[in-house]
Design a protein around this ligand. Structure first.
Ligand SMILES: [Zn+2]
Length: 182
């Protein structure tokens, strides 16, 4: 396997953000699984992780950055351990995961997740695979807070990722199609 290919945007990204990866070769991070349509959100993710580390006078070490079932996954830690930095990093990673789940892997336009059997794709209506069905609710774009109410686990608060605002906003479970999962 080629360890370095400057013509590939992912290798360029890995080079530009070398302090995050601390010399782990691109293929070992899983970065090669990231589709071109996610370029903007991956660059934003890396910029935000770097900014968070700088603001906390610490470091963020990314050991894995890869696509899994049409969602970007980030495995990283703060060095030295820092609860405040880790909280910021968790929020940054959650926003990236939510954005990937509604961004077409092919063209980067707004989309959703579609599946054929157990294969899942992030796609816009133009690039959705023929014969696929939309995955709904799109869980990576949703956050719920549960509490025990009258002896049963209930959703007491709900947030949905707003792609235009690039953040989570309060929403109702019904609006997100999760009323059948109380
Ligand atoms: Zn598309």
């Amino acid at each position: 396997m080629v360890e370095d290919d400057a013509s590939d945007w992912r290798d360029a990204l890995w080079k530009a953000n070398a302090p995050l990866f601390e010399g782990i070769p691109p293929f070992a991070t899983g970065i090669g699984t990231l589709p071109a349509g996610w370029c903007e959100l991956v660059e934003s993710l890396c910029a935000r992780l770097t900014a968070a580390a700088t603001a906390a006078s610490g470091r963020v070490h990314v050991s894995r950055l890869y696509e899994d079932r049409a969602v970007i996954e980030v495995v990283c830690k703060a060095i030295p351990p820092n609860a405040g930095l880790e909280a910021v990093v968790a929020e940054v990673a959650a926003r990236a995961a939510a954005r990937s789940a509604c961004t077409c892997a092919a063209c980067g336009r707004p989309g959703a997740r579609y599946r054929i059997a157990f294969r899942v794709f992030a796609a816009c209506p133009l690039h959705m695979p023929r014969g696929s069905v939309e995955v709904f609710p799109n869980w990576p774009t949703i956050r719920v807070v549960r509490s025990i109410v009258a002896g049963r686990s209930r959703i007491v608060a709900c947030e949905a990722y707003d792609r235009g605002l690039d953040r989570f906003v309060a929403s109702s479970p019904e609006a997100l199609g999760i009323r059948h999962f109380p």
